[in-house]
Design a protein around this ligand. Structure first.
Ligand code: HEM
Length: 442
């Protein structure tokens, strides 16, 4: 942040053997993200993701990336995302029922709890509703070990040009074990889905069928599934942990969200048409993603030498764009550190430049799962705010831990007390209005 404020739109800094460029001007950020596939590519740091993510959308470049994106995009249509709403509701209600049974004196660790919830939900979305899978300590630990080591590997590659990662380091050994467990689990889930007569609508069946018709070698359905499993997991779980943190810090907003959920939903589960009507919830989610964007840095490498603004960017230079820096930039945000969801009333939001706020990136690489993530965030937050009064232990400070995502440290502890007027009854067996309809726009 200091670098951006001191040096303006383009700041050059040295890290290890290379000169990096931090871009913090919305117009220039737009240029980088939009010219992305022509002038920039994902370089050697993204290569480090390949042992875990494989040859999927998050690691591909150029024509290979374009082919994969065109192949995957229809799988995330608004209609299909809407058809997954019941999975989100069912998973959240099961968790909330378990919370209700806890003694009030025992707070919930929200980052851990949301990691389990999102893994359960996303596994069903990817591998089918009939999946015999429940997030378990070993898989949560494996995903954690992968993310943990990947950041260490990227840092080591920045200072030592990669050779450090070839040493027999403890985190790299843990990484290999975790990748092997993840791959075995995903292979098992794919096999299980194939063996099912009724596949339950998982993306896995869809992608495998489509890839067989197109070109399985070029589209790597297994790697795509692993990519989606990993990229949709910690990002969404961390976002939820921060939202609940802010709601305990701002009980007035927690009350507003609870009232809104009761007004919009009464005592029924959300239907897709309800989501755009949860406007205050949406604002609180947007504000939380502003203050704590889970993906706080987006990295690229210049393909060719070129000029950006008044700066010459040599070929192969690493270029960094930071949603965190832009979301706190005083040129675009008044009192940038204050939690104030009303910044996102439409008139105010429209008056800001596009790349002052971009938690899901932008341009051709914009997050493939953003509508799914937003559906999950709105649904989970509305259900929890409607059912529970939330509070946090007094005087506990939660800081930022800039890891692969922007994690809270220490854990976000939240005590929940049932609101008397709302019972948590699982609605999943009832026919819901709008089930399978298109999400209007969220
Ligand atoms: C709150 C949750 C999420 C946040 C904040 C987030 C953020 C981002 C950002 C900033 C990018 C752009 C990266 C770049 O330009 O290099 C991205 C890309 C991506 N995201 Fe997400 N994401 C979230 C959830 C998800 C979910 C749920 C999925 C899928 C299940 C997903 C799948 C992807 C994929 C596949 C890409 C690569 C797109 C491409 O390169 O074409 N994300 N995400």
């Amino acid at each position: 942040m200091r670098l951006a404020l001191r040096h303006g739109g383009v700041a050059k800094y040295r890290m290890g053997p290379e000169r990096h460029f931090l871009i913090s001007d919305p117009v220039l950020i737009g240029q980088v993200l939009h010219h992305d596939v022509v002038r920039y590519y994902r370089g050697k740091y993204h290569e480090l993701l390949k042992p875990a993510f494989g040859e999927g959308l998050l690691t591909a470049n150029g024509d290979e990336w374009r082919r994969q994106r065109q192949f995957l995009q229809p799988a995330f249509s608004k209609q299909r995302i809407a058809s997954w709403l019941d999975i989100v509701v069912e998973g959240t209600e099961a968790r909330m029922a378990a919370w209700s049974a806890r003694p009030r004196s025992s707070p919930i660790g929200m980052a851990g709890e949301m990691a389990g919830l999102i893994q359960d939900i996303n596994a069903k979305i990817l591998f089918g509703r009939n999946l015999p899978y429940r997030a378990n300590a070993a898989m949560l630990e494996a995903v954690n070990a992968i993310n943990d080591s990947l950041l260490r590997q990227v840092k080591r590659a920045m200072i030592g040009d990669g050779w450090l990662n070839r040493l027999p380091l403890a985190d790299v050994r843990r990484f290999r074990g975790a990748v092997s467990l993840l791959h075995q689990t995903v292979d098992h889930l794919i096999e299980h889905q194939r063996a099912q007569e009724e596949n339950g609508g998982g993306l896995c069946a869809l992608l495998t069928r489509a890839a067989i018709e197109a070109s399985p070698e070029a589209l790597h359905p297994r790697d795509q599934l692993i990519t989606l499993f990993l990229s949709g997991h910690e990002t969404t779980a961390v976002a939820l942990a921060w939202i609940f943190y802010f709601l305990t810090e701002h009980p007035d907003w927690a009350e507003r969200l609870s009232d809104e959920a009761v007004t919009v939903l009464a005592d029924r589960p959300p239907a897709v048409e309800d989501l755009p009507r949860l406007s205050q919830t949406r604002r609180a989610v947007d504000e939380s993603l502003r203050l704590r964007p889970p993906v706080y840095g987006i990295g690229r490498r210049a393909r060719i030498e070129h000029t950006l603004g008044t700066w010459r960017i040599p070929a192969e230079s690493p270029v960094l764009i930071s949603p965190y820096v832009m979301h706190h930039h005083p040129d675009y945000w008044e009192n940038p550190d204050r939690f104030d969801p009303d910044r996102f009333v439409p008139e105010q939001a429209r008056s800001r430049p596009s790349f002052s706020y971009f938690p899901f990136g932008g341009g051709p690489h914009t997050c493939l799962g953003r509508h799914l993530a937003m559906m999950e965030l709105l649904t989970i937050v509305a259900l929890v705010a409607r059912a529970f009064r939330l509070s946090a232990p007094k005087g506990r400070r939660v800081a930022l831990q800039p890891w692969l995502t922007l994690r809270p440290k220490p854990e976000v502890l939240v005590s929940v007390a049932r609101r008397m007027n709302i019972s948590i009854k699982s609605s999943i067996h009832r026919q819901r209005p709008g089930h399978g309809a298109e999400i209007p726009h969220i």
